[in-house]
Design a protein around this ligand. Structure first.
Ligand code: BG6
Length: 495
């Protein structure tokens, strides 16, 4: 990247994602030397903006959201800002794309960039197809280096719409040129799952149905739908979180070790997990294994919050789920009989992402005579807000003879002073620029995930009367607890 350089075309340059995540990411990459001076960013959106205004927007976003701050008179900032240009663009009009092609060539000449072009679409997905087509027709893809497309979720609304979108994109870009973002795959501790599993003798031999009782994945949020009611009311938690982030985390926990650390080898292993998911074939199976809920008014972190149906742009009779929990089975040799419990929801008591591995009990525990029951061993991946890993084991209570207490070996990465972990977007953008697609979702993963989710959605559409209400600030409907209690388990409290 440093030698060859790249032009990044940012569609949706005036939007929220660009300002919160993408400009800060580009700045961090620059500050950390991952980008040399051979780069340019072309900001594209409908509204008119001068280069100066655009650079000012970028400056504001960096001040507010970046890990590294810039000073307006700082020579480094001034040099960085010169690489940013803005161009108003109507994405339905191919003439604008022809001008874009000229701009690209000019910038490549100016900064000595070897014709590599990265197109980042921070746009509504229904626009992806036209942009791809116009990039082709406007000649923007005619460059001497590589070109790649980075797109945001949602990738479709169900399997048929995802297939249609994929066909549109693949008429212009090859699969290897398409980088589908799932920002959870850019999170430090999600990436660490494979390392902890495959680089430690301690865990991998136990990582199967002989020793693991269940796995619990929680992605809880305190926010409601904020200003995204229009999108969310047509999506719901199943499509918004489960189809992508949650199933991706299941695959990370369940996959076999890849034969090499090559993107395709890793993604092949993930696909095998998705193929092994037990699809639900009847509405009864869905009601037994899935819980959907919607928040009503309640108190979150001491503040009164309205119910979902009173939120902006939400249908007052909406039956969209803001909570989703499921018992997922991976039907293969390693995981036969081990439930993966997953849950996600808006307006829950805390914002957290955590994965808990609950191990089975010791078969003949001699200490049971003196202790009513022993806690199982737990291995916990803390993804957010704390980043770290902890292991709960049983040990002797100091000073007692046989009283056993659980103790934790706690590695808190984010507590260590000086560790300024890169944001997920920073890592993903850098990977896309250097052509590493490991942490992006391949089409077959997306398709299989939709297939799994569509069956659940179809059962709900058949009129299953199982939308459960839960007050904002609670841990979701009681049925989500019953889902585990029926199997003799419970959700481990979030630490
Ligand atoms: C997005 C969803 O993909 O992830 C949002 O569309 C959700 O609804 C967000 O709030 C959560 O991401 P994070 O990184 O804040 O946990």
């Amino acid at each position: 990247v440093r030698e060859q350089g790249v032009v990044i075309f940012l569609f949706g340059a005036t939007g929220d994602l660009a300002s919160r995540k993408l400009y800060p990411a580009i700045y961090s990459m620059y500050r950390e030397g991952k980008l040399s001076d051979k780069f340019a960013v072309v900001g594209l959106a409908r509204r008119p903006r001068t280069n100066e205004q655009f650079r000012d927007d970028v400056f504001q976003s960096i001040q507010e959201f970046a890990r590294h701050k810039a000073g307006a008179d700082d020579p480094e900032w001034i040099r960085f800002a010169e690489h940013f240009e803005y161009m108003p663009l109507d994405i339905h009009n191919v003439d604008g794309f022809r001008r874009l092609s000229e701009t690209a060539s000019r910038l490549e000449g100016q900064f000595g960039i070897a014709g590599n072009r990265l197109f980042y679409l921070a746009l509504a997905p229904d626009l992806f197809g036209s942009v791809a087509q116009n990039l082709l027709e406007g000649g923007v893809l005619e460059c001497s280096g590589w070109h790649r497309l980075v797109i945001e979720k949602p990738f479709g609304f169900d399997l048929p719409s995802a297939e249609k979108l994929n066909a549109e994109l693949q008429s212009v870009f090859t699969e290897k040129e398409i980088y589908r973002i799932d920002h959870y795959l850019g999170k430090e501790m999600v990436q660490n799952i494979n390392v902890v599993r495959f680089a430690n003798t301690l865990f991998e031999p136990l990582w199967n149905n002989k020793y693991i009782a269940n796995i619990q994945i929680t992605l809880s949020e305190t926010v409601g739908v904020e200003d995204r009611g229009g999108y969310y009311d047509h999506s719901g938690a199943l499509r918004d979180m489960a189809q992508n982030h949650m199933l991706q985390m299941v695959t990370m926990m369940a996959m076999e070790a890849p034969s090499r650390l090559h993107p395709e080898d890793i993604r092949d292993e993930k696909v095998k997990v998705l193929r092994s998911l037990r699809g639900f074939s009847t509405s009864e199976e869905v009601s037994q294994n899935v819980v959907r809920g919607q928040y009503t008014a309640g108190t979150v972190k001491g503040q009164e919050k309205p119910g979902y149906r009173s939120e902006d742009s939400v249908n007052p009779d909406s039956v969209t789920e803001t909570y989703f929990a499921a018992k997922v089975f991976v039907d293969n040799f390693r995981w036969a009989g081990v439930p993966f419990y997953i849950r996600t929801g808006k307006r829950l008591p805390v914002k957290t992402t955590e994965v808990v591995v609950e191990f089975k009990s010791i078969p003949d525990n001699v200490y049971l005579a003196k202790n009513k029951r022993l806690q199982p061993n737990l291995l916990v991946f803390r993804v957010h807000p704390l980043e770290g890993i902890y292991l709960k084991i049983n040990a002797k209570e100091p000073g007692s003879d046989e009283t056993i207490i659980p103790v934790a070996m706690d590695f808190c990465q984010s507590c260590q002073v000086g560790i300024n972990t890169p944001e997920a977007y920073e890592r993903l953008l850098f990977d896309a620029v250097r052509g590493d697609s490991t942490h992006f979702t391949r089409w077959d993963e997306v398709a299989l995930a939709w297939q799994y989710v569509d069956r659940i959605k179809a059962a709900w559409n058949e009129g299953a009367d199982d939308l459960r209400l839960y007050p904002a600030g609670s841990w979701g409907p009681k049925e989500s607890h019953e889902l585990l209690e029926r199997d003799g388990f419970h959700w481990w409290p979030i630490n």
